[in-house]
Design a protein around this ligand. Sequence first.
Ligand code: FAD
Length: 467
Amino acid sequence: MEDHSVIVIGGGISGLATAWWLHKTGHNVIVLERDISVGGTMKTVPDNGWLIETGPNSALETTPLFKTLYADLHLESELIYANEKSDNRYILKNGSLLPLPMAPGKFLKSKLWSVNGKLRLLKEPFVGRAGKEETIAEFVTRRLGKEFLDYAINPFVAGVYAGNPEQLSVRAAFPKLYALEEKYGGLIKGQIKGVRERKRRAEKAKDRSRLFSFVNGIQTLPDALSKALGAKIRTGVTVETISMKPIDNHNGSFLYELSGKEKGNAVTFSAPVVVMAIPAYHAAELLRPITPTITESLSKIFYPPVAEVFLGFEENRIGIPLDGFGFLVPAKEQRKILGTIWSSAIFPNRAPKGFAALTTFVGGSRQPEVLNADDKELTSIAVGELHSIMKITGEPSYVRVTRWRRAIPQYHLGHLAIVEQIERFEAEHPGFFISGNFRGGIAVGDCVINSEKISGRVLEYFTRRSQ
Ligand SMILES: Cc1cc2nc3c(=O)[nH]c(=O)nc-3n(C[C@H](O)[C@H](O)[C@H](O)COP(=O)(O)OP(=O)(O)OC[C@H]3O[C@@H](n4cnc5c(N)ncnc54)[C@H](O)[C@@H]3O)c2cc1C
């Protein structure tokens, strides 16, 4: 039995960052990761001049904690920000890529919405509150109208969650949007007042956060955390069971015992603090012997399948300028892809000279059945759609398909009740903390923010225990 003060289960960004903040305060922390390498969803594959992101292609610098991490891990020289043109985003409408307007003047001229659709926005300040938990589709239709749902929010939800707006809870999945209505009584009023308040506090708007990655890809961040944590990282360790027993002389605290396999051999670990930072469906199974209620709640969280089809084309085969981040496809367009990121136009070093790298997303909550196709069929779906949408000719020079059988947790209606269940579980199990992207946001930035919060709660717990 190995004794530690904190055990983190899961070496994705949530677990690694939590371990890092705790390590910095001098705690004896260990990270147990099932795979042979850390990073979880954040994986980069270099191959012969191509740099393939198999999970997130980039992250938004939504918190100053990133700057702390770059400095702690000496990553400043590897950090890269997205090309300025990446602010341009396109939405597919009637077979054409139309720019998403980023300024009021451009919005008025945009062909994404009809005159009536645009005039509908004038009603927004006068729309009242719903008085019940709504989906993002209900919320947007009520406040902004159906056209705005179809050609702004629907593709956006596909791009962020690979999700379905008719199922995602606005309060759980888009808390900032929901807060505009709660705090200011409307989105337009909230935007205007928010700008004024931020100006007064000399703060930068979150939507101006910069998009970043690293010269050698997004996996640089988890790899650097792993390197800095050194022997505290144990890869190839799958935690299989968790049990707990009260600690004598420490009223109300427990010792958690974890057992599992390390490269085929049985291993056991114990600690008074456990931070579980693994996907909800794995967490559900591990927690079943402790309490079945939490298992039931965590098992309800749906993770749709998503495939990333990375295609390399000779630049001269692409019939449109790659002057943006890429494009998203509204469900109304009835295509077989969710959208495409123009990877090599955003960051350097993603494709060999003279070639372009395009990452196309397929499946999600909208079309999970598309993932029944084999890799060859998925490639042909993506190539066919890009031929038509981006006026590409000929076959790709490079192909790599990555499948995520369970990709991104969906914060469906009822998600906040699951979060309350998690909070109750933690209150009843002092020293046990549940983390991961199914709680507090799915973006890499959210995971980093939440890891710092969890580490703060762990420190508070140790302080309370020692009193
Ligand atoms: C296809 C895709 C594209 C995305 N694109 C973006 C993007 O562009 N920008 C962005 O900000 N976010 C994006 N995200 C979301 C973001 O990448 C994730 O939310 C985030 O990386 C999740 O980190 P995590 O540590 O919570 O979980 P994970 O990365 O899932 O890590 C959990 C870890 O736990 C380990 N584990 C599981 N069970 C056990 C066990 N029993 N014992 C030990 N270890 C275990 C797993 O092996 C894994 O390494 C994307 C996600 C996907 C899937």
